[in-house]
Design a protein around this ligand. Sequence first.
Ligand code: PMP
Length: 290
Amino acid sequence: MSEVIYVNGEFLPKDQAKISVFDHGLLYGDGVFEGIRFYGRNIFRLEEHLERLYSSAKYIMLKPPKSHQELIELTAETCRRNGHDDGYIRLIVTRGEGTLGLNPYACTEPGLIIIASKIQLYPQEYYEKGLPVIVAATRRFSPDGLSPRVKSLNYLNNIMAKMEAIHSGVQEAIMLDQSGFIVECTGDNFFIIRKGVVFTPPTYQGALRGVTRDAVIEIAKEKGIEVREERLTLYEAFEADECFLTGTAAEIIPVIAIDRRPIGDSKPGPITGDLIAAFRKITTEQGVKF
Ligand code: PMP
């Protein structure tokens, strides 16, 4: 069965789902998006994803063409029409069709695309054995220019770091901010565990407020594990007992080496394992059913 995609008011088969070449989403990366997973016909934390979408849109002064409630219904309907029980949603709001100049006010109306498909980010073996990562030379861009917390359609900064990872023979790269503190990875939030305490960089430092990050923080606290949102240097990362990354596509993935330094005993750690098990449980419970 061909996938059905929602594009600007219509549900269309994949090969007919098209947008204008004058859409500023394409011309300038002018737009915002969300990556959302569904598990057993439950769209995990859809409301939280939409909240973040509206925050990103507000920052760039873009008004999504649908209300929060309408977006919930359209997203659920896109899932229903595609017949997958588990999968990955890409929800995109673009500035819309405009002229060849930058002026966003020349764009007629915002575009809306919803895709409900499948994704696997890292090969399965890394979930079992853990992921080696590098530290990218490419720094996360400064909030002076644009807040890195905006989930915009321009991911070139992250893509440059991702290429560094691939060129080094690994899947993922840690990105530092302009002062050399760890912010996050190219598409995932970053966590370490040291002496039973979970640490992650604070969002005001520029890390995306990951929906998975929030879920993991909540789970850890419920388990009575102390969680600290603190600036972290590579020193803290290298001496950590455990390390893991979180993201909608990645879920929770253990990290076993950073720039060739083994983390802990080079195996996925026990607390990480407990968090993964608890996370799996809530993925089918919290969210919007379709
Ligand atoms: N950081 C960046 C840069 C991301 O693109 C993402 C989403 N892929 C994340 C963190 C993780 O966020 P979430 O858990 O909401 O997917």
